[in-house]
Design a protein around this ligand. Sequence first.
Ligand code: MV4
Length: 446
Amino acid sequence: MFEKILIASRGEVALRIHRACHEMGIQTVAVHSTADAKAMHVRLADEAVCIGPPAAADSYLNIPAIISAADITNTDAIHPGYGFLSENAGFVDIVAEHGITFIGPSADHIRLMGDKIAAKAAVDSLGIPVVPGSDGAVTSESQARKVANDVGYPVLIKASAGGGGRGMKLAKSDGDLAEAMSMARAEAGSSFGDDTVYIEKYLEHPRHIEVQVMADSQGNVIHLGERDCSLQRRNQKILEEARSPALNADQGSEIGEIVSKAIAKLGYLGAGTVEFLYEDGEFYFIEMNTRLQVEHPITEMITGVDIVREQIRIADGTPMGYTQNDVKFHGHAIECRINAEHPVTFAPSPGKITDYHQPGGLGVRVESALYSGYEVPPHYDSLISKLVVHGGTRNECLMRLRRALEEYVIGGIDTTLDLHRRLVEDPEFVDGTYDIHWLESFASRA
Ligand code: MV4
């Protein structure tokens, strides 16, 4: 097993990875920007290396600085967390060239899933249902018109190099198509340096449901059920649930099995998430994430599987500690993402935490690197805490979540705690009947 792991990330996930390492008897190396010198992950790690100035491009994305930090500390492996370099195939190649293990999938699988057209074709051929649309790239307006007429309007034009909602354009009817095509291509070209686009039928009221999978180097593949991530605003998830309130256990396990089989055939290694839109009882693949996800704790809460620990074991070549038969689902879990933002305007609110009190008790888990006196820097993502609650049923989980939200105190800055306090009282949220558009209207009603 590895003796020392470098954590190429910051904030709550750096702490999450540190905890898994120390429970496994593995030493940790934190890397940090000058803005993060007083961060909790730096304080707790066995060693810490400053890798550059505040801007992420010069520190957390600075590959030479991170590789140097790994070399001088005699690091065996690097965990990239999420964001930053976690889905950068070039980084994975460089890590390998330095004789260090990347804790994650192969560079080839990261590259494949980063190319949205190639990813869709690959999973389609492996039996995963996809959204009806163009067979690969669409290069001309006449070709676009033919696809749109075949699948029916409205259609969505997506950038092959995009993902996460960036570079999509909607054409409601034939009259919109030419402009949507040229805008999508221009935006894709300027944002990603690649103007390749493809077309899909636009699903109007889907839910966003994703399946967590893990695969080890012995060929063992498991799924850990689904998460419902429909509550989002401007492509930022706000609250996630496991399992999905829209599915019964059999429906969730059915798509889980389909995904597991496909992942096995793909020869994938490590943790991954296959994202679907779900509408009128049908699943439609949209993309695959080849990293640990922000919302992984809700899956851990309902399965008892420590996903980060399993990632580390897999990267080391150790078999996973579970087969599918060992995975049992217990109760319901919800994660509230708490951001340093105003709860109504969502204006960023970095600054000093003057008061801090975390909720606790049975079934309550807080994933955060905050402490009283800590200064939230303005340079990074505004996620400062994840409140993760488990209960025997969804209703018990909700009762416990309301209680935990009452206890939580984060003083000195604006946070989205009040948004969550309102959300958990809303009858439509409690019903669980929301789609991907619902939260935007809820947030604007405040
Ligand atoms: C779609 C869609 C409707 N139809 N594709 C946005 C994020 C990116 N991963 C894919 N996205 C969407 N793709 C088709 N064919 C609607 C969205 C979408 C969305 C998806 C998941 C969660 C939130 C969303 C919010 C707006 C649009």
